[in-house]
Design a protein around this ligand. Structure first.
Ligand SMILES: *Cc1c(COP(=O)(O)O)cnc(C)c1O
Length: 353
């Protein structure tokens, strides 16, 4: 795949594919502004290169979760864009938020008091019961002290389009936003963008589908892969019937097999739960993970492949092994798989930052 030899697992982030996903989300969003969510190091893909490319593509408002993420993003992007911090204004945070010109998404009456008469966003809870003020509290906060420039809520079940909670939350949000006629209104995450016009309001906040995850937790042809995670083969060995592979001999061969040992383990972000259902793409086919994932290594069945030799690269996530499929095999979702990719893996990017 790559002409250069690789000695460790490698994460390649395709910034051009990221830009195409942004364009797709903009098309789907119609008149609504697309404001990228770049929390958790842009879902593990690298905050600065991802956010700079999105800024170059015209994004003007960004969301992060934490104060320190907001500060890092301000450093990366400079003074221009609006940066919303979803944690809001926790006790003692007001000064640092103000210093970095961050906009807290206030989520309690106490936070509104602590932030005072400065411009803010407001999170209204409409059924997720995570962060946010009640509709009644929101109506009271519409009178001040903070001028609310953006009012938002978050869907609990957006990934399940038929779930009745979606319409309930949409209606509750449409009602409460009436109290903020001058504010930008925002409800939709990636899934919400695809739920129809009634969910889009003025601004949408996609994260995962920018980064290659399907909006409904399965591969989606409208969304392009962005992350490619590959690992080199370190050694190829023959095992005989009755031989165990890896810790605990959790896999025992029932026939002669060729086994490739790859330089990727849970310290690189291969979830231990990827055993026993995980797959790796190698030499034109999906191949089974054998036995337990260890810290530095995994074993893969390459029986019948003439291409298996040290230095050859296998794909764990990418065009041939979709992110959502790899996540499902490990009993999780794309979000967790991406954000667990560790700093040990080498990083590369395609396309301009
Ligand atoms: C993480 C997050 C998003 C982005 O969600 P995706 O499902 O990744 O598109 C949007 N809004 C809020 C409040 C979030 O916490």
């Amino acid at each position: 795949m790559s002409p250069l030899p690789a000695f460790e697992a490698r994460l390649t982030v395709d910034l051009d594919a990221l830009a195409r996903n942004l364009a797709t989300l903009r098309r789907e969003a119609g008149a609504a502004e697309v404001a990228p969510v770049v929390k958790a190091d842009a879902y593990g893909l690298g905050l600065a290169p991802v956010a700079r490319r999105l800024q170059a593509e015209g994004a003007r408002r960004f969301f992060v979760a934490r104060l320190n993420e907001g500060e890092a993003l301000r450093q990366a992007l400079g003074a221009g864009p609006v940066i919303y911090v979803l944690d809001g204004c926790p006790p003692g945070a007001a000064q640092r938020l103000a210093l970095a010109a961050l906009t807290p998404v206030l989520n309690s009456v106490q936070q509104a008091r602590d932030w005072g008469p400065r411009e803010a966003a407001l999170h209204v809870d409409t059924g997720l019961n995570r962060l946010g003020v009640s509709a009644a509290e929101a109506r009271a906060l519409a009178q001040g002290p903070a001028p609310i420039g953006l009012v938002m809520s978050h869907l609990a079940c957006g990934h399940a389009p038929e779930h009745p909670a979606n319409a309930r939350q949409r209606d509750a949000f449409a009602a409460v936003r009436q109290a903020f006629p001058a504010a930008i209104a925002s409800l939709a995450n990636s899934a919400g963008v695809f739920l129809g016009e009634a969910y889009r309001f003025d601004l949408v906040r996609p994260g995962i589908s920018l980064y290659g995850g399907g909006p409904f937790e399965r591969p989606d042809p409208r969304i392009e892969p962005v992350a490619s995670f590959e690992a080199p083969i370190l050694q190829v060995r023959d095992v005989a019937p009755g031989d165990g592979v890896g810790y605990g001999s959790a896999f025992v061969a029932d026939r002669p097999m060729r086994v490739a040992i790859l330089a990727a383990g849970y310290a690189d972000g291969v979830l231990r739960a990827a055993s026993p259902n995980g797959r790796v793409w190698f030499d034109g086919a999906r191949r089974s993970l054998l036995g337990r994932v260890s810290m530095d290594l995994i074993a893969v069945d390459v029986t019948g492949s003439a291409a298996a030799r040290p230095g050859a690269m296998a794909q764990l996530i990418g065009r041939d092994l979709p992110l959502d499929e790899a996540a499902a095999a490990a009993g999780t979702i794309s979000y967790e798989l991406l954000t667990r990719l560790s700093a040990r893996a080498a990083r590369a990017s395609l396309g301009a930052a």
